[in-house]
Design a protein around this ligand. Structure first.
Ligand code: BGC
Length: 432
């Protein structure tokens, strides 16, 4: 609309008593609508949401009671994957790390000299495969596990100071020809009143309660993760010189090894964060899924088989775990550093910018917040992905799914569920 016509239109509108916004009028007729614009947005909307690449990460779609994988969610479309770590290998490494420490320190580990090496265990989430695997790993290595239908019972015991629990048993350890008893004195799922699991503050309170009734018997502390482990370390175990063993190799926990934290496990978050975004990138570029993973890409990115495995039947990539102890912790001080072999920038002309919707299930989770997300943020630049990070409250799936209101705006999705059974809450939105 030219100036002359616009004035005439305004005069006519005035005469008719209409209120007209000339700015709105002008943008509507001259600027064009969003729908008529070309570029990235239009390209994204050409693909149906149900056909866009989707990666589940950190919480594998599975039945939270039986652990059975949710193959419907894992096979949502041809570009669906899961990225996590090898839970049973990691659990074995954690259990062995603790057992090795006890053996090495056998002369001083039994603080009250009662002949029983007592430990307490902080459990993250009884409905999460990774947490279950870690509980089993510790019980198996220390001989305290009890068989339940072919695998080690992973239930919390409450307290077992008298050794009478049926869920665990006393283990025996032979060191230098002498036999020692190992007892799980107590274990608890660290869930807060609002339902958030892996809860660090709850773990800090639990050690307070345990220590107030049987402090002298606690010789070792095992935790399903560093968030809970560090809370226990800071509130009790550091001052009392009792080693705490965690999992994740978050920077603060690694630094604490220098001050008496027993050790932790790196689940190679640097490899997982890369894989999380890389599988989306490859699907968006329409290249072989192994590009920049097992097969070197043009920029030089490639992973060696000692840091990950791929299970095609499960559509799952699993990073491998490494023990971080007093012997090697100086190599792990920065948990947010990208993994050098996959740190090369992709060419924007071949891998143009794409938009990704990604959620972190709990904004106060130590591992996801202090290690995983910073790594994702480093890799998203290298892979030319514009990622929108959505933070959940760790308790309600709908708090997150509500913010997937307009999936057509995105080219791909990365999902970290609150509860591993809830895959359909997300896929049903993409199917609409
Ligand atoms: C980590 C935990 C974390 C959990 C969240 C696990 O892999 O070890 O620290 O709380 O993921 O799902």
């Amino acid at each position: 609309m030219n100036m002359k016509k616009r004035n005439a239109f305004a005069a006519l509108a005035l005469a008719l008593g209409l209120t007209v916004s000339l700015t709105a009028c002008s943008s509507g007729s001259e600027g064009g609508t969003d729908a008529s614009k070309g570029g990235g947005d239009a390209a994204a909307s050409k693909v149906a949401n149900k056909d866009k690449p989707l990666v589940w990460f950190n919480r594998q779609p599975s039945n939270s009671s039986t652990g059975e994988l949710d193959m419907t969610a894992l096979n949502f479309n041809k570009d669906t994957y899961y990225v996590g770590f090898d839970a049973s290998q990691g659990a074995e490494v954690q259990g062995t790390m603790i057992k090795d420490y006890i053996e090495k320190n056998i002369d001083k580990i039994d603080r009250n000299g009662d002949g029983v090496i007592g430990y307490v265990l902080a459990i993250g989430d009884v409905g999460h495969n990774d947490s279950i695997a870690r509980t089993r790993g510790v019980r198996k290595a220390l001989g305290t596990g009890v068989d339940q239908g072919g695998s080690v019972n992973s239930e919390p015991i409450g307290t077992n100071v008298d050794g009478k629990s049926k869920v665990v048993q006393d283990g025996t350890l032979e060191v230098n020809g002498k036999s020692y008893k190992i007892r799980e004195l107590a274990s608890q799922e660290m869930k807060n009143n609002s339902g958030a699991t892996w809860d660090a503050a709850t773990a800090g309170n639990a050690i307070g309660t345990w220590a107030s009734s049987f402090a002298e018997q606690i010789d070792v502390i095992a935790s399903n993760n560093d968030g809970m482990g560090m809370s226990i370390f800071n509130s009790w175990s550091k001052d009392n010189k009792v080693p705490t063993f965690g999992y994740d190799a978050n920077s603060d926990a690694v630094a604490a090894i220098g001050e008496g934290y027993g050790g932790t496990i790196s689940q190679h978050a640097d490899v997982q964060a890369y894989l999380t975004l890389r599988v989306l990138r490859n699907a968006l570029d329409g290249v072989d899924i192994d590009t920049g993973i097992g097969t070197k890409d043009e920029a030089g990115n490639v992973l060696s088989s000692d840091v990950y495995t791929y299970n095609a039947d499960q559509r799952s990539y699993y990073a491998l775990n490494v023990a971080v102890t007093a012997d090697n912790y100086k190599d792990f001080t920065d948990s947010t550093k990208v993994y050098e072999p996959v740190s090369h920038q992709l060419d924007k002309t071949k891998s143009p910018e794409k938009k990704v919707w990604l959620n972190i299930y709990n904004s106060s989770d130590n591992f996801l917040g202090s290690t995983y997300q910073p790594l994702l943020e480093a890799y998203d630049d290298l892979l030319n992905l514009k990622v929108e990070y959505i933070a959940g409250d760790g308790q309600t799936e709908s708090n997150i799914t509500n913010r997937l209101g307009n999936p057509s705006e995105y080219d791909a999705f990365a999902i970290n569920m609150v509860k591993t059974d809830n895959g359909a809450s997300y896929t049903s939105i993409l199917n609409q």
